[in-house]
Design a protein around this ligand. Sequence first.
Ligand SMILES: C[S@@+](CC[C@H](N)C(=O)[O-])C[C@H]1O[C@@H](n2cnc3c(N)ncnc32)[C@H](O)[C@@H]1O
Length: 224
Amino acid sequence: MEEDKLKPEIIESADGSHTLRVESLNENYHSHKGALTESLHVFLKMGLALFSEKESIQLLEVGFGTGLNAMLTAIDKDRKHVHYTSLETYPLSWEMVSKLNYAKLSNDSKAESVFEKMHTAPWGEFAEIAEGFSLRKVKSSLQEFQSDTQFDLVYYDAFAPHAQPELWEPVIWQKLFEMMSVGGVLVTYCAKGQVRRDMQAAGFKVERLQGPPGKREMIRATKP
Ligand SMILES: C[S@@+](CC[C@H](N)C(=O)[O-])C[C@H]1O[C@@H](n2cnc3c(N)ncnc32)[C@H](O)[C@@H]1O
């Protein structure tokens, strides 16, 4: 089982939602100040909401992990059609993720079945998970991933620079810039100065936005 490499343990974050702790990386899958709150703020409010008028979008997520961002996107009431591609190198087992309390806390009666469908969907192909929401999980690193799709929205949710510095290098922003449509938007919880400068050097217009509770800032980068 691949999650053995990370040995994640379930912990409770400040808003009552679970997250996973990876002791060997000194890292969590989400903010310990509130996992659900962070995802809603960084990825849905600052990212997805910009596309509520667009009939159909191609979305790329870096780091499927627990599927929290994917579930929240699937049950979002304001979205239009979303084609959601999510990359993951160390898939978690259903045995572990089925213990997470995200569906319960979401107050959406469809969330439980959406969450299970997402985790049991096949890898490498699009599967219809909810009305207007299809998911393609790809067992690949971002570094190896190749695609002809031009992505409108990128949820950049890799482990933090201290844990996985190779995912925050200039070459990453150059690659994503090439893979995005004009007007495409990348959002991430990270606000490091070096990351912002490297994104700008790759061609992005970069904004520092208010972060979720407990984090001062976050980044939104747009391909002009
Ligand atoms: C911060 S966690 C993701 C949180 C996830 N979005 C969620 O809602 O649970 C980072 C994820 O990136 C995955 N990952 C690690 N290296 C990767 C790589 N090179 N390319 C893509 N994903 C990677 C990890 O296994 C982990 O699941």
